[in-house]
Design a protein around this ligand. Structure first.
Ligand SMILES: C[S@@+](CC[C@H](N)C(=O)[O-])C[C@H]1O[C@@H](n2cnc3c(N)ncnc32)[C@H](O)[C@@H]1O
Length: 272
């Protein structure tokens, strides 16, 4: 009999053609097909028979579908988020923004958080999980993404602390917030991306004009009026964008510093 362990091994070999993390992908798909956490696989369920549905998941992965769209969830910071087509898959690099915010609020906790371009609620819900007394607002122009965000807030027991609004960045807002988080689209329109990204994730979450800076040009003046006294904005950047984005923020009278991701690359601008 082919065991789940055999099937994971074989699937990983096939998935290696489309993924840099084939063994992890195969294990996540097997855990999903079995209806268990990946940890349960590592604890021995790989001796089980291959569940129905595993092969279809592998086929979809070979067609470049992101693993998170197949399993329906993605871990981010301390929370698990429900994700699917219509919402960007949260990236580990974006945890740099939460780390930078935690480093800023050493002596006090933020009570109000704004997440511009919230997608499935990623940065807002991670921040509210970290600061249980805080409340917040997530804005996105994508109704599909906001549907995921609202479901995630409910699933995580944050339905009363997290509100979500359909909108064009902060155009409709006049309040100030202790913490403003944003990871807007920042890819230049000519940049080449992997098939699993361009073929599956929403273009409106990725691209921002020829130089990738269009969203920052709109956001910079808005951020300057949104930050409460003593507060801070933390803005994700592509690793070549520290200079131009800092310049846009400084032109609005904000002071800036760069925060690096775990790979030591510039990943966020902290502005206040
Ligand atoms: C890179 S994704 C980040 C999503 C989410 N914050 C995350 O990390 O998973 C950028 C998000 O900004 C949203 N967005 C793009 N343009 C926008 C606009 N003008 N106003 C509001 N949201 C916008 C997209 O729909 C998308 O959800």
């Amino acid at each position: 009999m082919t065991t789940a362990a055999d099937a994971v091994r074989e699937a990983a070999q096939r998935i290696a053609v489309v993924s840099d993390t084939p063994r992890l992908d195969a294990e996540l798909l097997m855990a999903h097909a079995m209806g268990v956490e990946r940890n349960a696989l590592l604890l021995g369920r790989l001796a089980d028979a291959v569940p129905a549905g595993f092969e279809a998941l592998v086929e979809a992965r070979l067609a470049h579908t992101p693993v998170a769209y197949l399993t329906g969830t993605r871990a981010f910071w301390t929370i698990d988020l429900e994700v699917g087509p219509g919402a960007l898959v949260p990236r580990a690099d974006s945890e740099t923004l939460i780390e930078a915010a935690v480093a800023h609020f050493v002596d006090r906790a933020p009570t109000s958080v704004l997440d511009l371009g919230t997608g499935p609620g990623t940065l807002l819900l991670a921040a509210l999980d970290h600061w249980p007394q805080a409340q917040g607002l997530g804005v996105d122009r994508s109704p599909e993404a906001l549907a995921f965000a609202r479901r995630n807030a409910g699933r995580l027991g944050m339905g009363r602390r997290a509100r979500f609004m359909l909108g064009d960045w902060a155009a409709a807002l006049d309040a100030r917030f202790d913490l403003v988080l944003t990871n807007p689209p920042y890819i230049g329109t000519d940049e080449r991306l992997p098939q699993e990204v361009v073929g599956h994730e929403p273009a409106g979450a990725l691209f921002a004009g020829a130089d990738g800076l269009d969203a920052y040009r709109l956001l910079a003046p808005q951020l300057a009026r949104l930050i409460a006294p003593g507060g801070v904005a933390v803005v994700e950047i592509g690793f070549t964008q520290a200079e131009p984005v800092s310049a846009l923020l400084r032109a609005q009278g904000l002071s800036t510093r760069v925060a690096q991701d775990l790979g030591g690359r510039p990943r966020a601008i902290v502005a206040g």
